[in-house]
Design a protein around this ligand. Structure first.
Ligand code: NAD
Ligand code: UDP
Length: 323
């Protein structure tokens, strides 16, 4: 039977790929977004589809709809975006969670929530299993996002225990691919944009900090697998690619794959509270969802580079100052 599915943050990087997948599967999709860190062009190709609808709305305000499933993705995700207006970031995470939970409770919808590896902070356990409780600075520049997402997880589990809301909490690790905002300041978008322009590649710190990069198509498979998993799996479930790279290694891959003449430079010290290592432990997702990423970093980067070559950078609005 066709499902009515709400995707908050549906016009963003991950949200637009999820909408593509759900529309192609024939579901009735409502994409809700305030376009803070995205633009309509991400879902323009869906606008003439009869099973796709776009609503401009801010999740800090309640919304009344009748749906069977909700994917709650609305939240700025890149550090430069979420630090632009940190109070609003916490409001979006917390009030957004309360509003979608209220909606899910009222209409008995299943609710998938996009949490993050940032709930682990600058981790002292490596790789990070779901049981690790994290090392988060509650008053630092990343706290609006980290603590906002932690509070949203708390709300998810309290609505689940108290009101029986059917929740699915995913802890998403660094993901990249086409439709990342080219000026989001994240490492993959910065490096590719810089390499294609022949500008310096700006490594922060010595570039020895690590991240594990998941290609967007793999992640969306994980979203749908978790949403469709049996009802006794509220999560949290780590979703990410366990292949770990230093930021300097990432820069070297990007330079090689673009054939760029850019130099790799140490542009500034490591930002405050920047996690020094990050890698998902994904045995829970492997076991319970039969899910694991398939796309190797170099293959995913190649596709992302092709997309960056195809876009007109002047058509992108900066939600925050361009760096
Ligand atoms: P994104 O910035 O491209 O997408 C977020 C979307 O939410 C944007 O379209 C934005 O306009 C919208 N939005 C922001 N505030 C809103 C509000 N108050 N009301 C309505 N819409 C609002 O980022 P993304 O990478 O697609 O991230 C999507 C979700 O996944 C976020 O919740 C993020 O925290 C989570 N996540 C992403 C990553 C990643 O690596 N991409 C990692 C961990 C978690
Ligand atoms: N980074 C970098 N150069 C850049 C942008 C980011 O060296 O131009 C580093 C950043 O300091 C962090 C890592 O790359 O150590 C990943 O940063 P990103 O903003 O993509 O996401 P994070 O995982 O920190 O949320």
């Amino acid at each position: 039977m066709i499902k009515r599915i709400l995707v908050t943050g549906g016009s963003g990087f991950l949200g637009s790929h999820l909408c593509d997948r759900l529309v192609a599967a024939g579901e009735d999709v409502i994409c809700l977004d305030n376009f803070f860190t995205s633009q309509k062009s991400n879902v323009e190709h869906l606008l003439n589809q009869p099973n796709f609808e776009l609503i401009r709305h801010d999740v800090t305000h309640p919304v009344y709809l009748e749906v069977d499933e909700i994917y709650n993705l609305a939240c700025p995700a890149a550090p430069g975006h979420y630090q632009y207006n940190p109070i609003k970031t916490t409001k979006t995470s917390v009030m957004g969670a309360i509003n979608v939970l209220g909606l899910a409770k009222r209409v008995k919808a299943k609710l998938f929530h996009a949490s993050t590896s940032e709930v682990y902070g600058d981790p002292t356990v490596h790789p990070q299993p779901e049981s690790y409780r994290g090392w988060v600075n509650p008053i630092g520049p990343r706290a609006c996002y980290d603590e906002g997402k932690r509070a949203a997880e708390t709300l998810m589990f309290d609505y689940h225990r108290q009101n029986g809301v059917n929740i699915r909490v995913a802890r998403i690790f660094n993901t990249y691919g086409p439709r990342m905002h080219p000026y989001d300041g994240r490492v993959v978008s910065n490096f590719i944009r810089q390499a294609l322009a022949g500008d310096d590649i700006t490594v922060y710190g010595e570039g020895t900090q690590s991240r594990s990069f998941c290609y967007v198509d793999d992640l969306i498979d994980g979203f749908i697998a978790l949403m469709n998993a049996p009802d006794d799996l509220p999560g949290p479930v780590n979703l990410g690619n366990p292949d770990e790279f230093t930021i300097r290694e990432l820069a070297e891959h990007v330079v090689e794959l673009t054939g760029s003449s850019s130099s790799i430079v140490q542009a500034r010290p490591l930002p405050e509270d920047d996690p020094k290592q990050r890698c998902p432990e994904i045995s829970l997702a492997r076991r319970e969802l039969g899910w694991e990423p398939k796309v190797k970093l170099r293959d995913g980067l190649q596709k992302t580079i092709e997309w960056f070559r195809s876009i007109d950078l002047d058509s992108y609005r900066a939600p925050t100052p361009h760096y």
